[in-house]
Design a protein around this ligand. Sequence first.
Ligand code: FMN
Length: 260
Amino acid sequence: MRDKNSVSNIIRVALGVCLVCAVVVSTVAVTLRPMQQENRAAFRQLNVLQAAGIYEPGIDVADAFQRVERRIVNFDTGEYVDEPPGGFDPVRAARDPAQSRTLSGDPAGIGRRANYGEVFLARGEDGRLTRLILPVHAYGLWSTMFAFLALEPDLKTVAGISFFEHGETPGLGGEIDNPRWQESWVGKRVRDDDGDMVFRVDRGPTPEGVPDAEHRVDGLSGATITARGVENMVRFWLGEKGYGPYLQNLERRIRIGEEI
Ligand SMILES: Cc1cc2nc3c(=O)[nH]c(=O)nc-3n(C[C@H](O)[C@H](O)[C@H](O)COP(=O)(O)O)c2cc1C
């Protein structure tokens, strides 16, 4: 009779258990992947709607998102481009050297920027632009923070912000998720009449009565580094190397009375 406690038997049983576990874990991972991707896409859509201020609890997100137009923009020219065959994945594009470039001045701490980016246009019943929603990201203290920044049709005033992924500390940098703080962004003018960047995140609360309060939001106490990252994020993405050329393009079209 075979000795159950022999070294060879122990190794055989251990290998058998490992194999079974590996097969189970891999099968679960593979079968759940499409569901995870779907959930991630739905969560992104929800955040776009939240940033735009058009999300209400209980609504069908996919249905509401039908009214949001997604376009791809060439950051350098500020012009729309067609969706590449096979679709456009902004996260993958930002990692792919063929679809992105290294940033020299890099205040947002992101290293590379994709050549193209997504923008979302929410329109009213009459087809007019009601919100322009821009995906933005930057490095905070521990992590890259991903958000959607929604602008009013004047392309200067914040309609909303929604952070949907980050690894900052809950209670400190994680306060970027605080709905009250995000609410305080609404109505802030991030660009002046010339399109220049005037936005800042204060260190602590914005002092009472300062003349440029319309350009400033309160800092996050105990999280100055995260707050600095958020300020750099807005300044970078609305600037020349971000959506700046695209925004200028839209402004020119508004000036000459073209639909955008
Ligand atoms: C465990 C731990 C977690 C922290 N997490 C954050 C964070 O998420 N964001 C941040 O800006 N600062 C964080 N800090 C604090 C920073 O190290 C730094 O002290 C702070 O940003 C300075 O901000 P203050 O000048 O408002 O205090 C953390 C500190 C500790 C000890």
